[in-house]
Write a protein that binds this ligand. Sequence first.
Ligand SMILES: *Cc1c(COP(=O)(O)O)cnc(C)c1O
Length: 406
Amino acid sequence: MQIFETARDVALKLRPDQPVYCFRPEVLREDTRGFMQAFPGKTAYAVKTNGEPLVLKALADAGVDAFDVASPAEFAAVRAVAPGAEMLYMHPVKAQSDIRLALEEYGIRVIAVDHEDEVAKLVRVVRALDIDPGTLTVFVRIQTKGHAAYELSKKFGAGPAQAVELLQRLDRHGYRVGLCFHVGSQIQDPDTYERALASADWVRNRAGVALAGLDVGGGFPAEYGHDPNRKKPDMPTLDALMARLRQDIVEWGFDELPLVAEPGRVIVARAFSLIVRVLLRKGRRLYINDGIWASLSDSWTGKITLPARFISDPAIRNRNGDAGAIVPFRVCGATCDSVDILSRPFWLPETVDTGDWIEIGHIGAYSMALRTRFNGFYPDHFVEVTTPFDAGKAPEGFASLETMAD
Ligand SMILES: *Cc1c(COP(=O)(O)O)cnc(C)c1O
């Protein structure tokens, strides 16, 4: 992989017409180590956030030895770069053949369930393979009421009474049991984990079985940009949030248990930026070479504010001094699909034009992981950049804001 000092160097030297992912391994290492130091238990990286082999490899090199996986492709991706790493199969709803593959081929011994029929599938596979149930730890996923930008708590999880029943049933079958939850991604309320811990405590007290662990899931908020036209949301820093979580864990009496976290976004968001090119400016519209079917899947860029830097092309004009006021542009994606228009504008200097580049920062989570081959556009060019996106001059623009009135 080619190495550059800044994304600006990438743009001006390669003059890329295709989107380019700028990987910053040093930032990834720093954010990974920061999280692992702040969390008092095992860190299992959630592979779905960004499962690129170079990311998994860098994480393993940084000391991550556990991965939260959900599918055979994720088992294989982890095994390929980190053969000794532990895998936690935390998807609550699984194909029976995938459970078998996990136990038999990959030696996975940690698994999550949220329904009695999932227990039945597991029991069938464990019996067929003649595995001692006492060598498996089964986490019962409990429902939580989260306040996250991406609510996942509605889709999975057993209600409290049902969770009690599942723990007791698994215990009777001879499994080691634990409790887990996932509060959704990018939490927006600092009380979120405490509420989930309170539910876990309720379930534990009524189940009356010995717990082998507590898994607090993901949801830890990544740092993004901030729209200066809006009131800054009242979220504590990650350090403050982690201090609060450590304290809540002690207060709810879970500190004696082995703990697990499944961070995704908070670890990988800052490790990548994306360089896109303006293929055409038409009034206040910018047609770029990426979009909702590639790295800018609107299901998440529509909800956060990403910082953006303008990289003007010196070959097309000589700019003296000021790039102009920061104004909103409607952004149209690369495909012919008429829904491929970002729901929120990019705010950029008013002089941005055809041929210029835009570097979008903090885009490592749920961006390249969600890209498709739709219409033949599939960004896949990676370079390494040594300077963090946030170093130097503050980015002048930002992507994804309030809907622009047409
Ligand atoms: C997606 C997911 C995660 C990671 O969530 P982040 O908000 O990216 O940290 C963790 N655990 C489970 C079960 C998930 O589905």
